[in-house]
Design a protein around this ligand. Structure first.
Ligand SMILES: Nc1ncnc2c1ncn2[C@@H]1O[C@H](COP(=O)(O)OP(=O)(O)OP(=O)(O)O)[C@@H](O)[C@H]1O
Ligand SMILES: [Mg+2]
Length: 290
C-alpha cells in the first residue's frame, strides 16, 4: 500500500471517529509527516537515525526544529525536501506525496551555497529562470529578482560577487534565492548559525517581516533557544538519536509582530524559553553531559 493510500485509509478512519465533532470531518494538515523512519546503510550495518516521526504543520506556520547535535534534524529536513527517502512512513504536502525534490520546497543551507562565478543577482536569476522561464517575461523576471533582493536588503550589492560580500550578506542572498522560487514551503537548516549576534538578529527580523508579508510555511532548524521562541508558532523538540523522534511540540502563542527587546522582559516569552531549555538540558540531557 502506498503512503498516500495508507494516509487516505487513516483519514477515512478518522472521519468515522470524528463524525460527531463540530465540523463533522477530519482535516489533514497542509504538511504531514507520518510515521517517518529512516535507516542508513553503514559499514557496521544499518543505522536507524529516525524512528516514527509524526508532525503536522499548518499552512503559513513557522515551525522550528530543535535538538542536540546529531539527533536527526537535518535528516528530517532532507526528507521533507525530497533529498532523502524515508525507509517507512512518508510526507504529504498539500495532498501529494513527497518523493523527490521540487521547486515547491526551497532549501536554505547553513553554508550559503552561492555559485562564486555569478553575481548575487545572477545567483537568484538562475533559480528564477529554471522555474518561471515560461511564465514570466524578461522584464517581469528582472522585477521579481530585484524585489526579492530588496526584501533581504541586498539590492545595493546585487551586482557584486559572493567573494566581495560578507557571510551575513551571502546568507541573505541565499534566502532571497529561496524566496524567489516562491516555494510552498521554505526549509532552512540553521540559516543563521555561522553569523555574529548582530547580523543574526537583523536577519531574524527580516525573516519575520517577510513571513508576515508572504505567509510562507517555514521549517527552520536551529540550536538557538531564543531564536526558536522568537520566530516560531511551534517548536518541535527532538529526542536524542539514534532512532530519534519528536519528543514534545511547544506551541508559542505570542502576539505578532514580535519585538525582541519587549519580549526579553515578558514572562510568557521567558516561560516558553525555559520549557525548551528544560527539555534540552533535563529531559534530553545527553549521557556525556553532567
Ligand atoms: N547519509 C548518511 N549516512 C549515514 N548516516 C547518516 C547520514 N546522514 C545522517 N546520518 C546520521 O544520522 C544521524 C542524524 O544526522 P543529522 O545530520 O540529521 O543530525 P542533526 O540533528 O542535523 O545534527 P547537527 O545539529 O549536528 O547538524 C547522525 O547520527 C548522522 O551520523
Ligand atoms: Mg544538521
Amino acid at each position: 500500500m502506498s503512503v498516500v493510500q495508507m494516509l487516505k485509509k487513516e483519514e477515512t478512519n478518522l472521519v468515522e471517529e470524528n463524525s460527531g465533532d463540530r465540523q463533522g470531518h477530519y482535516q489533514r494538515a497542509f504538511l504531514d509527516l507520518s510515521g517517518v523512519s529512516i535507516e542508513f546503510p553503514t559499514k557496521k550495518g544499518s543505522f536507524k537515525a529516525l524512528d516514527n516521526v509524526n508532525l503536522k504543520i499548518g499552512k503559513g506556520e513557522f515551525v522550528s526544529i530543535i535538538g542536540h547535535s546529531g539527533c536527526g534534524k537535518s535528516t528530517v529536513l532532507n526528507i521533507v525536501a525530497g533529498l532523502y527517502q524515508a525507509t517507512s512512513g512518508g510526507v504529504i504536502l498539500n495532498g501529494k506525496e513527497v518523493d523527490e525534490p521540487g521547486p515547491d520546497r526551497a532549501v536554505v543551507f547553513q553554508n550559503h551555497s552561492l555559485l562564486p562565478w555569478l553575481t548575487c543577482y545572477q545567483n537568484v536569476e538562475l533559480a528564477v529562470k529554471a522555474i518561471f522561464k515560461k511564465r514570466k517575461s524578461k522584464q517581469e523576471m528582472k522585477e521579481w529578482i530585484e524585489h526579492k533582493l530588496r526584501l533581504v536588503h541586498m539590492d545595493h550589492a546585487m551586482h557584486k560577487y559572493p567573494a566581495e560580500i560578507s557571510g551575513g550578506m551571502k546568507q541573505r542572498v541565499g534566502i532571497a534565492r529561496a524566496l524567489a522560487m516562491e516555494p510552498t514551503v521554505l526549509l532552512m537548516d540553521e540559516p543563521f548559525g555561522a553569523l555574529d549576534a548582530l547580523t543574526r538578529a537583523h536577519l531574524q527580523d527580516s525573516v519575520m517581516e517577510i513571513q508576515a508579508d508572504l505567509n510562507n510555511t517555514v521549517i527552520m532548524i536551529t540550536h538557538d533557544v531564543d531564536e526558536a521562541v522568537l520566530l516560531s508558532d511551534k517548536i518541535v523538540m527532538m529526542t536524542n538519536g539514534p532512532a530519534a523522534s519528536v519528543g514534545e511540540v511547544l506551541h508559542v502563542d505570542l502576539e505578532r509582530p514580535r519585538d525582541r527587546l519587549v519580549l526579553a522582559n515578558d514572562s510568557g516569552y521567558n516561560a516558553y524559553r525555559s520549557e525548551v531549555l528544560k527539555f534540552l538540558y533535563e529531559r534530553q540531557r545527553r549521557p556525556d553531559e553532567k
